[in-house]
Design a protein around this ligand. Structure first.
Ligand code: GLN
Length: 276
């Protein structure tokens, strides 16, 4: 088969399977299998792929048609301009979460110590460390498998960080200028209605925020004050309808100057505040 025939076949299989961006995914997977780029595919549409490439392309398209996320098939997701390894032990870094990183970066000074609670792939912590000077970072997760991914990401990116396997603050020592978290925040009753990619393949433990979605915000907000330095700041990513609840939680726990930041879609996405 030629590049073009592969692409057409892949695209129609993904369309039938209900994949929302069938065209894009068919192309990206072909690029991935053939080690090529968009331009090559366009210019050399009549070039024949090897039998082995055709076989591997059909196989990966079959998996994508089963709604396995593209990023778990290729093993990568770009975030903040950096390439992160991902697998089914970690949530795939979301573009929305770049808003959280950017908000923290605005408040980061040289030499700060940062704690990333529920670090997953490590994408938040590692981006903060890459785009700052002399800061130190600890990434915490309940999942040892997630921390293995985070540690591999740190190594590949050449960034020093410490990884801690802990149920929230249980094993945490020391104090920090910045605590940042994108915790699980989806309400349990909403999970069944999510896209199959998310619902069936991303780690449930990284999504499920219990019956009202706020369980982790409650625990992290209450406990964080013991681990923040005076003047230290707590930053959360939130779901679009959680800003008011999380703001109140933070204010009730003594945080000052609590603010909400919207994402590029105009939805509330980040809440942060300062410990007195
Ligand atoms: N924003 C993610 C989603 O929509 C959820 C991330 C989370 O629970 N922290 O799937």
């Amino acid at each position: 088969m030629t590049y073009r025939e592969c692409y057409e076949t892949g695209r129609s299989i993904l369309k039938v399977a209900g994949v929302s961006e069938a065209d894009l995914d068919a192309r990206l997977l072909l690029e991935y299998i053939c080690g090529t780029d968009r331009n090559e595919l366009l210019v050399h549409g009549e070039r024949r792929v090897s039998e082995e490439q055709e076989y591997r392309y059909r196989d990966i398209i079959k998996k994508r048609a089963k709604r396995i996320p593209l990023q778990y098939l290729t093993g990568y997701q770009e975030f903040m301009g950096l390439d992160f390894l991902v697998n089914e032990s970690v949530l795939i870094p979301r573009q929305d979460t770049e808003i959280l990183v950017e908000e923290v970066l605005k408040n980061l000074r040289d030499g700060f110590s940062i704690l990333d609670m529920c670090t997953g792939s490590g994408c938040i912590l590692l981006s903060l460390l890459r785009y700052s000077n002399d800061c130190t970072g600890v990434g915490v997760d309940l999942s040892g498998e997630a921390l293995e991914v985070a540690a591999q990401n740190a190594e590949r990116l050449g960034i020093e960080a410490q990884w801690l396997n802990s149920d929230l603050f249980d094993q945490v020592c020391g104090s920090f200028e910045i605590i940042v978290s994108n915790p699980p925040y989806i309400r349990t009753d909403v999970i069944a209605g999510l896209e199959p990619e998310v619902r069936d393949h991303e780690p449930l433990s990284a999504l499920d925020g219990a019956s009202d979605g706020l369980s982790f915000y409650r625990r992290i907000t209450a406990d964080s004050t013991a681990y923040l330095k005076g003047g230290g700041m707590l930053f959360f990513e939130i779901g679009y309808d959680q800003a008011e609840a999380v703001r109140q939680l933070m204010e009730r726990n003594g945080f000052l100057d609590v603010r909400v930041v919207k994402d590029y879609a105009g939805l509330d996405r980040v809440v942060f505040g300062t410990k007195p």
